[in-house]
Design a protein around this ligand. Structure first.
Ligand code: TRP
Length: 462
């Protein structure tokens, strides 16, 4: 006897959970620094175009496949009669394992920074000595402890399922996150660096855009929208038929993009408000969110920094948690749907299995020499670095390429028309559908192929 499939309790529940997956460290940590290193304006514009012409069409494709099949990433393809394409789902489940392994480590840093900020707000600020961050990441037991806290929290939510766990938690966390963000944006209006930050972000100067910036923007579009690994197939499989795939996709894409842009506005405003800082940031990457910003909250450049500091890292932790939940759910739902496991068993096994990966990542930032210093791919060192490279450069683009080919060329046109509900009054496919089809058949595959070829030629977008 087949069990009744769980569903999202409401449309908003789905949108917030999917947006929760999309909005994460990619928006708050990665996007600001790649924007900084690609010189702002023109890069931002190219990124927005990538989101629109590749991100949105693929998001719609993933959700429509999941909704149609009512099965998670791997079995979805078999369910709709294309078992041979299940490899896309398998790449996805593996990517979930790879990404969640290292994501939990970085997410853990938000907990420490949050606690540090609380201490500073209460007892006054003492600047950390030079090299403190390096000492922190190479302290194995701290890294293990922090990532363990994050992993247990993630398991705790996924354990309770879709409407009882993921939806409940994201429905609370996401609005809180938006409120904190709005508070920040309003605070940044009155800071001296606000107009410089806006000019940096929104005045495109194409001569300053590095050639690889275009491909980097595209690669990031996958990561930030949680595409290319069957997550949206999985979340879409819990959608009921009465919700519009197009509308929910558009909402998720808009929310993710707005948050990424607001994160830049906030961070660059703070940076431009602090004399000398923009030069100093130089090539720091990881540092921007966890090293540079905390100092600024207490430097006096930011009004109300003592309240905003802890709040900001709470926001980062919330954003990361709603993403780790989704990464785990891709794996968990695979074992439930394809192997018939109970949710409890699947959650426990997947979370524990991934934690083994997390242990390797947590110890690869200096704690254990053997894990930290090897270099297989030039410019990368250690487990965490290589896994990020593997997922961002190879697995997500390959998964996304597969989805575009499948939805555009293999899947029966009738199915996509029906699921997208894009018909005119006579029942024929409407203009929107025709546009979507051109993007999914031609634009997306060509653009992703360019990324994959660039990676083969040695470019690195992680
Ligand atoms: N989108 C998340 C971020 O921006 C990361 C993430 C969560 C993800 N789930 C994913 C990336 C699935 C790819 C696939 O931080």
């Amino acid at each position: 006897m087949s069990k009744v499939r769980e569903h999202w309790g409401s449309r908003m529940g789905f949108i917030l959970a999917a947006a929760g997956s999309a909005i994460g460290l990619g928006n708050l940590w990665k996007f600001p620094y790649i924007t900084w290193h690609n010189n702002g304006g023109a890069f931002v514009l190219v990124y927005l175009i990538c989101i629109l012409v590749v991100g949105l069409p693929i998001m719609m494709a993933e959700i429509l496949i999941g909704r149609r099949a009512q099965k998670s990433a791997v079995p979805a393809f078999e369910e709709i009669g294309h078992k041979r394409w299940s490899w896309i789902g398998i790449v996805g489940v593996l990517a979930g394992f790879v990404i969640l392994g290292y994501y939990s480590v970085i997410a853990g840093w938000s907990i420490t920074t949050f606690l540090d900020c609380i201490g500073w707000s209460l007892n006054g600020y003492t600047p950390p000595p030079d090299g403190a961050f390096g000492a922190f990441v190479s302290d194995g037991s701290t890294q293990l402890g922090l990532s363990a806290i994050f992993s247990v929290a993630t398991l705790g939510v996924v354990w309770f399922g879709i409407s009882g766990g993921i939806e409940k938690v994201t429905k609370f966390l996401m609005p809180t996150l938006f409120l904190i963000l709005i508070y920040f944006v309003i605070s940044s209006f009155s800071m001296s660096g606000f107009s410089d930050a806006m000019a940096f972000l929104f005045e495109p100067n194409f001569s300053e855009l590095p050639a690889t910036g275009i491909l980097e923007a595209l690669g990031h579009a996958f990561f930030t929208l949680s595409l290319g690994m069957g997550l949206m197939i999985t979340y879409g499989s819990y959608l009921t038929k009465d919700m519009s795939v197009t509308r929910v996709s558009a909402m998720v894409v808009i929310m993710d993009t707005v948050v990424a842009l607001l994160a830049c506005v906030i961070m660059f405003t703070i940076i431009y408000s602090t004399p000398g800082l923009s030069e100093q940031i130089g090539k720091s990457t990881v540092g921007m969110l966890f090293v540079t910003l905390p100092n600024l909250f207490y430097s006096g450049a930011m009004p109300g920094g003592t309240i905003l500091g802890p709040l900001f890292y709470l926001l980062v932790a919330f954003a990361a948690l709603t993403s780790t939940i989704s990464l785990l759910e891709v794996m968990v739902s695979y074992f439930i749907d394809a192997r018939g496991w109970t949710r409890a068993k699947s959650s426990l096994v997947c979370a524990s299995g991934t934690f083994v990966n997390t242990i390797f990542c947590a110890l690869s930032l200096g704690a254990v020499g053997l894990l930290s210093s090897f270099t297989w791919v030039s410019g990368k060192s250690g487990v965490l670095d290589h896994l990020d490279y593997l997922a961002s450069n190879w697995m997500l683009p390959i998964g996304g390429f597969g989805i575009a080919l499948f939805a555009g060329w293999v899947l029966d046109k009738k199915v996509s028309i029906e699921e997208l509900g894009m018909v005119d009054s006579s029942g024929a496919p409407n203009m929107q559908y025709k546009i979507w089809r051109i993007f999914i058949r031609f634009v997306a595959p060509v653009a992703i192929a360019a990324v994959i070829i660039a990676v083969m030629l040695g470019k690195d977008f992680s």
